[in-house]
Design a protein around this ligand. Structure first.
Ligand code: HEM
Length: 416
């Protein structure tokens, strides 16, 4: 990665203004998106527009840019988050020419909201910081597009060859290349962006779904959760969660034989096959999907490696890929599983279907399920991951043994 160095002249302006910009983060971000979409309505096809409207995304992009710019001289803190952003951007098809557009409207928003406080030296310092960050991202993204052999934003067409209901809320789509070619391999844990036209918004929208089966078995599989959504009590408040436009459309309207457009497999939350430590996969809800890919792949590639599969969900009706997990467990003696049902249904049986009632409580589990020398992967809603991560640390598992799939603004926790 390019190690950006901010000029001495700009440094004090960035340091002094970061707290102010963060304080006004939501206002600046809102202003930024308004300017951006007014000037470039075509970018609505790239951003998650329902999240924009509900306000849940208001903190994301501009706040991230402030945080990264503030850490620009701290490559150690930046490297892992840059890698994650690059992967996301590549799945979204972000192009080099988008960067000056975003930069212009971000600077415009800063100037508008800070008013007289936005002196030319301050704006110049932010232009420099943004430019350095953009250059680092552009360089990495270019390498990724080359490695995938695609132009930025180039999607491939795949056909739904099988549609399989996995639980009350999750359905799997098995995909093959429409032109009959073999789909590229991927690393277990990676995701693809799926592009879908939303007629009522007259927009194309992109969503990321983890690949839930092993690589190299003739198809890709995504397992998609229907998202009913919930209304915010006070308009754009945190907690508002719009219904899943794309996931619902996939469930309701995409059938076997239909064609989807998808990105190359992306993401750096991946299984390292050369790692021989016991593998511990801990997930909740639809976070099970990358874990199933890792489980299949580990059993194929490293048949001796122990795998512990810990999973939390509401009950048996919301337990996707349950039969598949049980089959693998029966066939492979090195797989142990531990399932927690928050509210078991009448036909769920303790011990047979689940081993813990209520939330997944790692503190109560034996060392054989949570070995000290394990390699841990966490995936699920942010609060779930925070709780499980703290519980692992409290048991003496080291930070470097834990990998987790972090979404959006929570990436900022890694930075000051
Ligand atoms: C220095 C510049 C930039 C930084 C620091 C940055 C940072 C980020 C971060 C932290 C995320 C969330 C990643 C995740 O969810 O894992 C993100 C997502 C995203 N970024 Fe960037 N970004 C930059 C430039 C751009 C540009 C130029 C575009 C193109 C228009 C763009 C479009 C997006 C989109 C569409 C998302 C997905 C979230 C959504 O749909 O709202 N970003 N970016």
């Amino acid at each position: 990665m390019i190690s950006p160095v901010l000029s001495a002249a700009s440094r004090p302006y960035i340091a002094a203004s970061v707290p102010v910009l963060r304080e006004h983060g939501v206002t600046i971000t809102r202003c930024f998106y308004q300017r951006l979409f007014a000037a470039h309505p075509e970018l609505k096809n790239i951003f998650n527009m329902p999240n924009q409207q509900s306000g849940t995304q208001q903190q994301a992009l501009a706040s991230a840019i402030f945080a990264y710019a503030a850490n620009i001289d701290n490559p150690e803190a930046l490297a892992p988050v840059i890698s994650r952003i690059v992967q996301k951007h590549v799945s979204l098809g972000i192009r080099e020419e988008h960067y000056p557009i975003v930069g212009k409207h971000l600077l415009g928003a800063i100037a508008e909201i800070l008013g007289a406080a936005a002196i030319p030296e301050l704006l110049a310092a932010w232009a420099e910081a943004y430019g350095l960050l953009a250059a680092a991202l552009i360089a990495e993204e270019r390498k990724q597009y080359q490695a995938h052999g695609v132009e930025p934003g180039e999607y491939r067409s795949v056909t739904v060859v099988r549609k399989q209901k996995e639980s009350d809320s999750v359905t799997s789509f098995y995909l093959q290349a429409t032109d009959g070619s073999t789909l590229p391999s991927f690393q277990p844990g990676q995701y693809i962006s799926v592009a879908v036209n939303i007629e009522q918004l007259a927009l194309r929208q992109l969503r990321q779904y983890s690949l839930s089966d092993a690589p190299d078995n003739g198809h890709w599989r995504i397992s998609v959760k229907r998202e009913p959504g919930n209304a915010a009590t006070d308009g754009a408040a945190a907690g508002a969660h719009p219904a899943g436009l794309v996931s619902n459309l996939l469930h309701d309207q995409y059938q076997e034989g239909d064609v989807l457009w998808v990105s190359p497999p992306c993401g750096d939350f991946v299984l390292q096959q050369e790692d021989r430590r016991p593998l511990v996969l801990i997930s909740a809800g639809v976070g099970v999907t990358p874990m199933m890919s890792m489980l299949h792949s580990s059993l194929q590639q490293s048949p001796q490696r122990p795998v512990n599969f810990l999973y939390a969900t509401l009950n048996g009706r919301h337990h996707p890929l349950k039969g598949e997990l049980n089959n693998l467990r029966r066939r492979h003696g090195q797989v142990r599983s531990h399932i927690a049902y928050e509210k078991p249904a009448d036909d769920d049986h303790l011990q047979k279907d689940y081993q813990q009632q209520g939330y997944l409580q790692l503190a109560q589990l034996p060392d054989v399920l949570l070995p000290h020398d394990g390699s841990y992967f966490l995936c699920g809603p942010a609060p779930f991951m925070q709780i499980q991560r703290d519980a692992l640390l409290a048991r003496g598992v080291a930070e470097h043994q834990i990998q987790q799939e972090v979404f959006g603004p929570s990436l900022l926790q890694h930075l000051q």
